[in-house]
Design a protein around this ligand. Structure first.
Ligand SMILES: Cc1cc2nc3c(=O)[nH]c(=O)nc-3n(C[C@H](O)[C@H](O)[C@H](O)COP(=O)(O)O)c2cc1C
Length: 481
């Protein structure tokens, strides 16, 4: 971050990449408007409890899933120009949205099997191929998402640092999808181990889109033509429309370091395989009462990043504090998530019953340990590139990634997984904060080396990956839901 700060970058607004990708010239299918809102309390969904859906057809099911995981949910006014821009259910660094949602369907009621690209600008599905299915492990799921990143969208603003933000954003999108799925009664299992180039070719992505994560959805709530269809795919029946990917900028500037790290973290065919979903996780738990019953659908649609937080004396309660940590601490369903790589350092400013200070929270054993005492507001804001919101929050976070452990387990690919995990935790914190009547903001801008020094971290203990802040948000009158 220091390097970026020292060489100021003037944004070329005329060349800003379009935040919406379209594959033009393909059939575009309507997703029914106003799908029912998932009513299960968001905190219960975050704790692993499954919701239900009253939906019995494929189009409405897909509409419900995407409306509560990837769609536009508000707009924001630029007061100086009167221009309004879209905000989505999933957050994104700089609101640049490098992530695209593609999905394969198989056997859904009233919905043709094929490959689709989600078009958030009009809540529709672009039909890129018919009769094709993703079968990397011999057991294709009824719905399989392939999340891609368009790094140029981020690099336009953040240059070399952009790759990290793309990975965080994938972590957010993954959890947006996984929690949206759980809220309507199905399970999501993410696969990071796949051969990148083969998947990209198979899906005929435009060359600027890089597959990053595959997410399989299974569960009894998915409306199928017949349960457990067993049939061989017929390659003769595949119809490709493909579509022409829209151009995002008049010029896109390559960043060598981004290409290099992406290449270094790729898997080839022999190394990459997709693991089948663990059946039933989270499905069998009965609903349980909660003192914060805000429904999932409402929480997701109203989630926003706080512009800043109200400072002053108002604290969050210990119950709110532990609910945040409990949401962060849930198991993640992925082929890279058996071992956890993130440790949380908390800058506690105003939590009833806790002395201000820095605390370490280990996701492995849910233990909170005080490592520094005293007021941390100036330090937290300073470390977050001088952003006041990290000091005005009630609690701010440094997520510290154990890259040594990740690369020991997964080789260079582990670099991606550490960031996915951080983004996933961030997303869970966003929704938990909203459910608890608070606000949150992900913070990708921080002084890496200063954070390591302040927290006395040796490289073996980890490197900072992501910052986060939770508190009482100041109202933002530019946002219209
Ligand atoms: C990975 C990541 C990094 C972010 N970094 C910052 C940041 O440093 N400062 C900030 O004010 N907001 C930050 N944000 C919040 C985004 O600006 C916000 O998500 C975006 O403007 C869209 O607004 P929304 O979250 O209300 O949909 C970050 C978000 C993400 C996901």
């Amino acid at each position: 971050m220091e390097a970026l700060r020292e060489s100021p970058h003037v944004l070329d607004w005329a060349n800003m990449p379009d935040p919406f990708r379209h594959y033009e010239g393909v059939p575009v299918l309507d997703l029914p408007a106003d799908p029912p809102s998932p009513e299960t309390p968001a905190l219960d969904v975050l704790q692993g409890f499954s919701g239900a859906t009253g939906v019995h057809d494929g189009p409405t099911f897909l509409s419900q899933l995407l409306f509560y995981s990837a769609s536009i949910s508000a707009s924001k006014l630029v007061p100086s120009t009167g221009y309004r821009y879209a905000l989505r259910v999933n957050p994104s660094s700089g609101n640049l949205h490098p992530t695209e949602f593609h999905f394969f369907t198989r056997g859904l009621k009233d919905w043709p099997d094929g490959l689709y690209h989600y078009r958030p600008s009009s809540h529709m599905a672009e039909q890129r191929a018919l009769g094709i299915e993703m079968d990397l492990d011999g057991s294709p799921a009824p719905i399989t998402f392939v999340l891609t990143s368009i790094a140029w969208r981020e690099a336009w603003k953040y240059r070399d640092r952009a790759y990290r933000y793309c990975l965080h954003d994938i972590g957010h999108a993954w959890q947006a999808l996984a929690l949206g799925a759980r809220a309507i009664g199905c399970d999501a299992f993410a696969a990071g181990q796949f051969p990148d180039d083969e998947v990209a070719q198979f899906c005929r992505f435009h060359e600027d889109e890089w597959p990053m994560l595959i997410v399989e959805l299974r569960g009894e709530s998915i409306p199928l033509i017949e349960p457990n269809p067993v049939r061989e795919p017929d390659p003769g029946k595949i119809v490709w429309y493909g579509g022409e990917a829209n151009r995002l900028s008049k010029e896109s500037i390559p960043y060598g370091s981004i290409e290099e790290i992406h290449e270094a973290t790729k898997l080839r065919r022999a190394e990459g395989h997709v693991t089948v979903a663990e059946p039933g996780a989270g499905k069998t738990k009965p609903p349980r009462p909660t003192s914060f019953p805000r429904p999932f659908g409402e929480v997701v649609r109203l989630r926003r990043s706080a512009l800043d937080f109200q400072g002053g004396a108002k604290s969050i309660s210990l119950t709110q504090f532990w609910s945040l940590l409990a949401a962060a601490n849930q198991p993640l369903m992925a082929d890279f998530a058996n071992a956890r790589f993130i440790q949380l350092y908390l800058y506690v400013h105003r939590v009833s019953g806790l002395q201000p200070g820095v605390y370490r929270f280990s996701l492995d054993d849910a233990r909170l340990e005080n490592v520094k005492s005293g007021d941390q507001r100036v330090a937290a804001a300073g470390l977050s590139l001088g952003q006041d919101l990290a000091g005005n929050a009630c609690v701010a976070f440094s997520m510290i990634g154990d890259f040594n452990r990740a690369t020991r387990v997964h080789g260079d690919r582990g670099y991606r997984y550490v960031h996915f995990e951080a983004g996933a935790i961030g997303h869970r914190l966003y929704l938990a904060a909203e459910a608890l009547g608070l606000g949150a903001t992900g913070i990708g801008a921080f002084y890496d080396e200063e954070v390591h020094r302040y927290l006395n971290l040796t490289p073996e203990q980890g490197r900072v990956v992501y910052h986060f802040a939770v508190g009482y948000p100041v109202p933002d009158y530019r946002v219209k839901a």
